[in-house]
Design a protein around this ligand. Sequence first.
Ligand SMILES: Cc1cc2nc3c(=O)[nH]c(=O)nc-3n(C[C@H](O)[C@H](O)[C@H](O)COP(=O)(O)O)c2cc1C
Length: 322
Amino acid sequence: MAQAPLATAVSLAGGLGFLAAGTNTSSLTASLSHAKKLLNHPEASPSPLSVGIGFIVWGSDLSTAVQAVRSFVPAAIWLFSPRLTTDLVTWSEKLREASGGKSQVWIQIGNVAAAVEVAGLCKPNAIVVQGADAGGHGLARGAGIISLVPEVADALDREGHGHIPLLAAGGISDGRGVAAALTLGASGVVLGTRFLAAKEAEMKPGHAEEVLRTSDGGLNTIRTTLFDVVRGTNRWPAEYDGRGIANRSVEDEEKGMDSEENRRLYEEALAKGDGGWGKEGRMIAYAGTGVGLVREIRGAAEIVEELRRDAIAGLEQTRARF
Ligand SMILES: Cc1cc2nc3c(=O)[nH]c(=O)nc-3n(C[C@H](O)[C@H](O)[C@H](O)COP(=O)(O)O)c2cc1C
């Protein structure tokens, strides 16, 4: 979903867009070349490329990542979900070295202990604090950012890492959420679910409609490992599940259907392509609880500008009220 058109549109609007390498680094070079072209980035430029790359560490190939970072020097490298924390140390060191120190290393964590551990071991340029409302994969046991961000900030301060900027992720879909996260002590915010409804996101029409259709995110999304089970992507470390829109597979599991049958029915729905989304469908739409605030498809630049404008207005209005 997050390929060069979306990532570069966010960056050109003053955010920082990330290319999703996920666990598959095979198309990374093509995505980075596309991003470089869209950004009009000169060949001999001493500045890094204005996009980041997101890697899912447990399932990605480090040598392909090193090659891509060496050739394209992205502004930031995003690391998430290692099997072992020591893998993050190796990835941070190798990718920093590959970029000649020009790419920042951002690490996404989901609890206070992990924040303190990665701050000490990896010296990240930023820590992404992912709360339980986030769409996509995250820790099964977690807290919302309203308590997680300030507790992480206090713990890092205590341990001498208070200078590391925190970026809040999870459940932020509009300017009010951005204002709240900044008030909690975050230096910036990360939005995933909101950009599923960006014009530039690579979404099948049925998938996008499902995102727009879904409201009441706490009720209609669920944290589960079922989506990985039916998709056959269940090699995630045990502490992770994922939040997505509750669908027919979830309902069937709740009624007692076994995983094999559920998986077979998913494969059948998959063969129907774009026909399988919706409340009665089995196609998977990872999304956070903020999905209920996502109501229309807009250009990514417009979304970034609106978030910034509404956050500033929200902070000013709050100040005026109290
Ligand atoms: C469809 C989707 C796919 C995601 N894929 C990844 C991923 O590949 N790597 C990653 O680190 N985080 C991924 N995330 C999680 C984001 O990093 C981020 O934590 C989350 O989107 C923030 O919460 P929000 O969705 O409520 O905005 C994904 C999120 C969504 C919605």
